[in-house]
Design a protein around this ligand. Structure first.
Ligand code: KMH
Ligand code: ZN
Length: 284
Protein backbone atom coordinates (compact mmCIF):
# COMPACT_ATOMS: atom_id res chain seq x y z
CA UNK A 1 0.00 0.00 0.00
CA UNK A 2 1.02 3.63 -0.35
CA UNK A 3 1.36 3.85 3.42
CA UNK A 4 4.33 1.51 3.36
CA UNK A 5 6.19 3.52 0.74
CA UNK A 6 6.82 6.79 2.54
CA UNK A 7 9.56 8.65 0.66
CA UNK A 8 12.82 9.02 2.58
CA UNK A 9 12.83 12.80 2.14
CA UNK A 10 10.15 15.45 2.33
CA UNK A 11 9.45 18.00 -0.36
CA UNK A 12 8.53 21.25 1.36
CA UNK A 13 6.62 23.73 -0.79
CA UNK A 14 6.34 27.28 0.44
CA UNK A 15 3.30 29.34 -0.56
CA UNK A 16 4.47 32.75 0.66
CA UNK A 17 1.77 35.18 -0.49
CA UNK A 18 -1.58 33.88 -1.80
CA UNK A 19 -4.36 36.12 -3.04
CA UNK A 20 -6.53 36.41 0.06
CA UNK A 21 -4.63 38.49 2.61
CA UNK A 22 -4.14 42.22 2.20
CA UNK A 23 -0.87 43.90 2.94
CA UNK A 24 -2.75 46.27 5.25
CA UNK A 25 -3.90 43.34 7.39
CA UNK A 26 -0.62 41.42 7.12
CA UNK A 27 2.25 43.91 6.86
CA UNK A 28 4.88 41.13 6.71
CA UNK A 29 3.30 39.47 3.66
CA UNK A 30 5.81 39.47 0.78
CA UNK A 31 4.20 41.03 -2.30
CA UNK A 32 6.77 42.81 -4.46
CA UNK A 33 9.00 40.80 -6.83
CA UNK A 34 11.98 41.64 -4.61
CA UNK A 35 10.24 40.58 -1.42
CA UNK A 36 8.91 37.35 -2.90
CA UNK A 37 12.38 36.57 -4.28
CA UNK A 38 14.08 37.29 -0.94
CA UNK A 39 11.52 35.13 0.88
CA UNK A 40 12.01 32.31 -1.61
CA UNK A 41 15.79 32.41 -1.14
CA UNK A 42 15.49 32.39 2.65
CA UNK A 43 12.98 29.54 2.49
CA UNK A 44 15.32 27.53 0.28
CA UNK A 45 18.03 27.87 2.93
CA UNK A 46 15.45 26.77 5.52
CA UNK A 47 14.58 23.56 3.63
CA UNK A 48 12.00 24.40 0.97
CA UNK A 49 12.31 22.80 -2.48
CA UNK A 50 9.48 24.53 -4.36
CA UNK A 51 7.73 27.89 -4.22
CA UNK A 52 4.04 28.40 -5.11
CA UNK A 53 3.70 31.95 -6.38
CA UNK A 54 0.83 34.43 -6.49
CA UNK A 55 1.72 37.79 -8.00
CA UNK A 56 0.73 41.21 -6.61
CA UNK A 57 0.69 44.60 -8.30
CA UNK A 58 2.40 47.77 -7.09
CA UNK A 59 -0.52 48.41 -4.73
CA UNK A 60 -0.03 44.91 -3.31
CA UNK A 61 -3.29 43.67 -4.88
CA UNK A 62 -3.51 40.25 -6.59
CA UNK A 63 -2.82 40.53 -10.31
CA UNK A 64 -2.36 38.25 -13.30
CA UNK A 65 -0.81 41.01 -15.40
CA UNK A 66 1.70 39.12 -17.54
CA UNK A 67 4.65 41.55 -17.41
CA UNK A 68 4.33 41.64 -13.61
CA UNK A 69 4.08 37.83 -13.50
CA UNK A 70 7.21 37.57 -15.66
CA UNK A 71 9.10 40.08 -13.50
CA UNK A 72 8.19 38.22 -10.32
CA UNK A 73 9.24 34.86 -11.75
CA UNK A 74 12.49 36.33 -13.05
CA UNK A 75 13.30 37.82 -9.65
CA UNK A 76 12.65 34.49 -7.93
CA UNK A 77 14.77 32.57 -10.44
CA UNK A 78 17.58 35.06 -10.04
CA UNK A 79 17.50 34.77 -6.24
CA UNK A 80 17.20 31.03 -5.67
CA UNK A 81 17.17 27.52 -7.11
CA UNK A 82 13.68 26.53 -6.00
CA UNK A 83 11.30 24.80 -8.37
CA UNK A 84 8.99 27.62 -9.45
CA UNK A 85 5.28 26.89 -9.41
CA UNK A 86 2.88 29.58 -10.57
CA UNK A 87 -0.69 29.69 -9.33
CA UNK A 88 -3.34 29.41 -12.02
CA UNK A 89 -5.95 29.78 -9.28
CA UNK A 90 -5.32 33.48 -8.94
CA UNK A 91 -7.99 35.07 -6.80
CA UNK A 92 -11.69 34.25 -6.77
CA UNK A 93 -12.28 37.41 -8.83
CA UNK A 94 -9.98 36.51 -11.73
CA UNK A 95 -11.49 35.49 -15.08
CA UNK A 96 -10.67 32.05 -16.44
CA UNK A 97 -8.91 33.29 -19.59
CA UNK A 98 -6.46 35.40 -17.54
CA UNK A 99 -5.76 32.42 -15.28
CA UNK A 100 -4.94 30.32 -18.35
CA UNK A 101 -2.75 33.04 -19.85
CA UNK A 102 -0.26 33.07 -16.95
CA UNK A 103 1.26 29.91 -18.44
CA UNK A 104 2.87 32.20 -21.02
CA UNK A 105 5.31 33.15 -18.26
CA UNK A 106 6.69 29.58 -18.51
CA UNK A 107 6.98 28.44 -14.89
CA UNK A 108 8.41 24.98 -14.12
CA UNK A 109 5.11 23.95 -12.60
CA UNK A 110 1.63 25.35 -12.12
CA UNK A 111 -1.29 24.64 -9.85
CA UNK A 112 -4.31 23.07 -11.54
CA UNK A 113 -7.45 22.84 -9.42
CA UNK A 114 -9.75 19.96 -10.28
CA UNK A 115 -13.14 21.45 -9.47
CA UNK A 116 -15.30 24.34 -8.39
CA UNK A 117 -15.56 24.85 -4.66
CA UNK A 118 -17.20 27.28 -2.27
CA UNK A 119 -14.42 29.45 -0.88
CA UNK A 120 -15.61 31.26 2.23
CA UNK A 121 -18.28 33.66 1.01
CA UNK A 122 -17.02 33.33 -2.58
CA UNK A 123 -16.81 30.64 -5.25
CA UNK A 124 -13.51 29.37 -6.68
CA UNK A 125 -14.53 28.51 -10.26
CA UNK A 126 -12.98 25.51 -11.98
CA UNK A 127 -15.50 24.06 -14.43
CA UNK A 128 -14.59 20.85 -16.27
CA UNK A 129 -14.01 22.62 -19.60
CA UNK A 130 -11.50 24.94 -17.98
CA UNK A 131 -9.72 22.06 -16.24
CA UNK A 132 -9.30 20.35 -19.62
CA UNK A 133 -8.15 23.53 -21.40
CA UNK A 134 -5.63 24.27 -18.69
CA UNK A 135 -4.36 20.69 -18.68
CA UNK A 136 -3.89 20.68 -22.47
CA UNK A 137 -2.05 23.97 -22.24
CA UNK A 138 0.36 22.61 -19.62
CA UNK A 139 1.15 19.67 -21.85
CA UNK A 140 1.61 21.86 -24.94
CA UNK A 141 4.06 24.05 -23.00
CA UNK A 142 5.85 21.29 -21.07
CA UNK A 143 4.76 22.72 -17.70
CA UNK A 144 4.27 20.18 -14.91
CA UNK A 145 0.89 20.57 -13.20
CA UNK A 146 0.33 20.12 -9.51
CA UNK A 147 -3.25 18.89 -9.15
CA UNK A 148 -4.98 20.82 -6.36
CA UNK A 149 -7.73 18.91 -4.58
CA UNK A 150 -10.12 20.88 -2.35
CA UNK A 151 -12.66 18.11 -1.93
CA UNK A 152 -12.47 14.32 -2.18
CA UNK A 153 -14.76 14.12 -5.22
CA UNK A 154 -12.23 16.13 -7.19
CA UNK A 155 -10.08 12.99 -7.24
CA UNK A 156 -12.80 11.49 -9.46
CA UNK A 157 -12.20 14.39 -11.82
CA UNK A 158 -8.50 13.57 -11.82
CA UNK A 159 -9.37 9.96 -12.71
CA UNK A 160 -11.53 11.21 -15.60
CA UNK A 161 -8.90 13.68 -16.77
CA UNK A 162 -6.12 11.08 -16.85
CA UNK A 163 -8.39 8.57 -18.61
CA UNK A 164 -9.35 11.04 -21.31
CA UNK A 165 -6.19 13.08 -21.74
CA UNK A 166 -3.31 10.85 -20.59
CA UNK A 167 -0.35 11.69 -18.36
CA UNK A 168 1.04 15.20 -17.74
CA UNK A 169 4.25 16.67 -19.14
CA UNK A 170 7.11 14.78 -17.52
CA UNK A 171 5.03 11.67 -16.95
CA UNK A 172 4.60 12.07 -13.17
CA UNK A 173 1.36 12.82 -11.37
CA UNK A 174 1.65 15.02 -8.27
CA UNK A 175 -1.39 15.87 -6.16
CA UNK A 176 -1.70 18.52 -3.44
CA UNK A 177 -4.55 18.18 -0.94
CA UNK A 178 -5.77 21.61 0.12
CA UNK A 179 -7.75 21.07 3.31
CA UNK A 180 -9.50 23.42 5.69
CA UNK A 181 -10.93 25.92 3.18
CA UNK A 182 -14.41 26.94 4.39
CA UNK A 183 -16.44 25.15 1.70
CA UNK A 184 -13.92 22.40 0.98
CA UNK A 185 -12.87 19.26 2.83
CA UNK A 186 -11.96 19.69 6.49
CA UNK A 187 -8.37 19.83 7.69
CA UNK A 188 -8.25 16.60 9.66
CA UNK A 189 -6.13 13.46 9.73
CA UNK A 190 -9.19 11.47 8.60
CA UNK A 191 -9.47 13.60 5.48
CA UNK A 192 -5.85 13.06 4.58
CA UNK A 193 -6.14 9.30 5.00
CA UNK A 194 -9.40 9.14 3.03
CA UNK A 195 -7.88 11.09 0.14
CA UNK A 196 -4.72 8.99 0.06
CA UNK A 197 -6.87 5.86 -0.17
CA UNK A 198 -8.76 7.44 -3.11
CA UNK A 199 -5.73 8.60 -5.14
CA UNK A 200 -5.70 7.24 -8.71
CA UNK A 201 -2.98 4.61 -9.14
CA UNK A 202 -1.10 6.88 -11.57
CA UNK A 203 -0.32 9.32 -8.75
CA UNK A 204 3.42 9.24 -8.09
CA UNK A 205 3.58 11.75 -5.21
CA UNK A 206 1.28 13.82 -3.04
CA UNK A 207 1.44 16.63 -0.57
CA UNK A 208 -1.05 18.39 1.65
CA UNK A 209 -1.66 21.65 3.41
CA UNK A 210 -4.07 22.66 6.13
CA UNK A 211 -5.47 26.16 5.88
CA UNK A 212 -5.73 28.20 9.06
CA UNK A 213 -6.22 26.35 12.31
CA UNK A 214 -5.89 22.93 10.67
CA UNK A 215 -2.32 23.70 9.69
CA UNK A 216 -0.38 21.68 12.27
CA UNK A 217 -2.84 18.78 12.35
CA UNK A 218 -2.53 18.34 8.61
CA UNK A 219 1.26 18.79 8.67
CA UNK A 220 1.61 16.01 11.22
CA UNK A 221 -0.95 13.72 9.58
CA UNK A 222 0.64 14.19 6.17
CA UNK A 223 4.14 13.36 7.33
CA UNK A 224 2.80 10.33 9.18
CA UNK A 225 0.93 9.15 6.07
CA UNK A 226 3.99 9.51 3.82
CA UNK A 227 3.16 12.78 2.08
CA UNK A 228 5.05 15.93 1.23
CA UNK A 229 4.04 19.21 2.81
CA UNK A 230 3.10 22.75 1.90
CA UNK A 231 3.37 25.65 4.31
CA UNK A 232 3.39 29.42 4.01
CA UNK A 233 1.55 32.66 4.70
CA UNK A 234 -0.93 31.92 1.88
CA UNK A 235 -2.26 29.14 4.10
CA UNK A 236 -1.63 30.10 7.71
CA UNK A 237 -1.15 33.36 9.59
CA UNK A 238 -1.36 32.09 13.16
CA UNK A 239 1.85 30.52 14.48
CA UNK A 240 0.51 29.19 17.76
CA UNK A 241 -2.24 29.51 20.31
CA UNK A 242 -0.50 31.51 23.01
CA UNK A 243 -1.73 32.03 26.59
CA UNK A 244 -2.75 35.57 25.62
CA UNK A 245 -4.34 34.60 22.32
CA UNK A 246 -3.13 33.80 18.82
CA UNK A 247 0.55 34.45 18.05
CA UNK A 248 0.93 35.73 14.45
CA UNK A 249 3.27 34.12 11.92
CA UNK A 250 6.36 36.34 11.58
CA UNK A 251 7.68 34.99 8.32
CA UNK A 252 7.46 32.26 5.73
CA UNK A 253 10.94 31.17 6.77
CA UNK A 254 9.70 30.39 10.28
CA UNK A 255 7.01 28.14 8.84
CA UNK A 256 9.46 26.32 6.57
CA UNK A 257 11.94 25.90 9.43
CA UNK A 258 9.29 24.41 11.67
CA UNK A 259 8.10 21.98 8.97
CA UNK A 260 11.73 21.00 8.31
CA UNK A 261 12.31 20.37 12.03
CA UNK A 262 9.23 18.15 12.36
CA UNK A 263 10.05 16.26 9.16
CA UNK A 264 13.64 15.75 10.27
CA UNK A 265 12.55 14.42 13.67
CA UNK A 266 10.31 11.98 11.81
CA UNK A 267 13.34 10.80 9.79
CA UNK A 268 12.06 12.39 6.61
CA UNK A 269 14.39 15.41 6.24
CA UNK A 270 13.76 18.02 3.53
CA UNK A 271 14.73 17.25 -0.07
CA UNK A 272 16.55 19.82 -2.16
CA UNK A 273 15.15 21.44 -5.32
CA UNK A 274 17.04 19.04 -7.61
CA UNK A 275 15.37 16.06 -5.95
CA UNK A 276 12.01 17.82 -6.15
CA UNK A 277 12.55 18.43 -9.87
CA UNK A 278 13.21 14.71 -10.27
CA UNK A 279 10.16 13.80 -8.24
CA UNK A 280 7.93 16.02 -10.35
CA UNK A 281 9.37 14.88 -13.69
CA UNK A 282 10.92 18.22 -14.65
CA UNK A 283 13.47 18.24 -17.44
CA UNK A 284 17.02 18.69 -16.10
N1 KMH B 1 -6.63 31.89 -4.26
C1 KMH B 1 -7.55 30.80 -4.40
C2 KMH B 1 -8.87 31.28 -4.94
C3 KMH B 1 -4.14 28.06 -6.52
O1 KMH B 1 -3.22 28.81 -6.21
O2 KMH B 1 -4.14 27.43 -7.56
C4 KMH B 1 -7.02 29.73 -5.27
C5 KMH B 1 -5.69 29.20 -4.96
C6 KMH B 1 -5.34 27.94 -5.62
O3 KMH B 1 -4.91 29.76 -4.22
ZN1 ZN C 1 -2.41 29.42 -4.31
Amino acid sequence: SRFLRAPSRTMITVAPTGAESSRADVPDLPTTPEEIAATAAACERAGAAMVHIHVRDEQHRPTLDLPRVRDTLAAVREACGLVVQLSTGGSVHDPLDARLAVLEAAPDSCSLTLGTVNFGDDVFMNPWGFVVDLYRETRARGIVPEFEVFDLGQLTTLRRLLDREGLPAGGRVHVDLVTGVPGGMPGTADTVVACVAALPTEVTSWSATGIGRSHLTVLAATLAAGGHVRVGMEDVLVWARGPEGPVPVRSNTDLVERAARVATELQRPPMDPADAADLLGLEA
